[in-house]
Design a protein around this ligand. Structure first.
Ligand code: ATP
Length: 359
């Protein structure tokens, strides 16, 4: 846990209960100033509850939440230097774009001069590239544009922290990808702390500096996208973030090998996390190469081939171990080299690509 001056948001031993339901517990989290952090996890794991405690819409049952070094338990939402963008934007349909953005500023006391409101509104609209849309009606805007109006409204009063609750969920895939890039540049430009709630691992990995993986009301791992993907702390993280093959195995002590469930002994990878005995190996589909001739670690039969454009996904029934998923980068293949369903094939991988977890 860092010092209060460098962390914009801190959770210290936070729990939240609703009657007999524990939404989250034992939450310790430090978000550095100006970071883009994603709270990632399956439905019901407590992401939104954490977000709402930062926003002041909920109060912790235990522990403290700090913003900018100050404990904010009990401080109501409107007194926090925080704004929130909701999944469904919550725009006023009867107001135009500029009126939607200016709405919060007009409510402020002491009052802000009209000229100042106009200037800040225009500035916020330009930040989200809607400079020329001030007089448009909300229903004349596309989904992506409405999303930007919601963003402009959230940044217009210059919050220290912006909370985003599944902000891109309503957009189609292509627009979502474009908005991911825009959100990331906007965050860099503004330099304010963004906290994003998402159950979409691709979104979390692609946009944020820090990913906080949650499950069943707890934080399982916090790290950079690369750390989370390349060094998952648990089998849950390995499964939830990206695809993974699971192989039952036994770790023999000392210099002994890893013995896979089919009896095959392999050199231990560099990281076994001290595991001895019954273990589960996680292996990414892209860490495996399909080989026709020469040395392979495992052998099997191709059962399915899924062409994905830039890559190809294979299901391979591996002798003694069951179904494996293998992803091949298409650039590494030419048409004549694609493996065919029914074909016998070798699988090869670097032992260091295996992630070992206690079973
Ligand atoms: P989703 O992705 O589905 O929104 P989430 O990860 O954001 O899920 P939360 O909404 O934080 O999860 O909910 C965490 C747990 O707390 C769930 O079991 C939920 O049912 C429960 N919960 C949340 N709000 C309340 C409430 N107001 N009253 C009772 N239980 C609640």
């Amino acid at each position: 846990m860092g010092s209060a001056s460098t962390n914009d948001i801190e959770f210290r031993s936070v729990a939240k209960r609703y009657g007999s339901v524990t939404a989250v517990s034992g939450i310790d989290l430090a978000v550095p100033k100006g970071a883009f952090v994603a709270l990632l996890g399956p439905s019901g794991c407590g992401k939104t509850t954490c977000l709402r405690m930062i926003g002041g819409f909920e109060q912790p049952s235990e522990g403290t939440v700090h913003i900018g070094g100050e404990a904010v338990n009990g401080v109501p939402a409107y007194r926090r230097p925080v704004n929130m963008v909701f999944q469904h934007y919550a725009l006023f349909p009867h107001l135009d774009v500029a009126q939607n953005v200016a709405y919060g500023l007009k409510q402020m006391r002491p009052r802000i001069a009209a000229a100042e409101i106009g200037r800040r509104t225009q500035e916020a609209l330009e930040m989200v590239r809607l400079g020329g849309f001030a007089k448009r009606r909300i229903h004349e805007m596309s989904g992506g544009q409405q999303q930007r109006v919601a963003l402009a409204r959230a940044i217009v009063n210059k919050p220290k922290v912006l909370l985003l609750d599944e902000p891109l969920a309503a957009l189609d895939k292509k627009l979502r990808t474009a908005m991911q890039i825009e959100l990331q540049s906007l965050q860099r430009e503004l330099g304010i702390t963004f906290v994003l709630v998402t159950h979409d691992q691709e979104e979390a990995l692609s946009m944020s500096d820090l990913v906080c993986v949650m499950n069943a009301g707890r934080i399982i791992q916090v790290g950079t996208p690369e750390e989370i993907y390349d060094r998952p702390a648990t089998l849950f993280v390995a499964d939830f973030v990206g695809k993974t093959n699971r192989i039952a195995a036994t770790i023999e002590p000392g210099a002994g090998p890893i013995r896979l469930a089919n009896g095959l002994g392999l050199t231990k990878p560099a990281r076994v996390n001290g595991t001895v005995g019954a273990a589960m190996v996680a292996l990414r589909p892209e860490a495996i190469r399909l080989v026709r001739d020469g040395a392979s670690t495992l052998e099997g039969t191709v059962t399915h081939r899924i062409f994905l454009g830039s890559s190809v996904e294979y299901s391979v029934e591996v002798d003694g171990l069951g179904d494996f998923l293998v992803t091949a980068d298409r650039r590494a293949l030419v048409e004549s080299e694609l493996a065919e369903p029914g074909e016998r094939i070798g699988l090869s991988f670097d032992p260091n690509a295996m992630h070992i977890f206690p079973a």
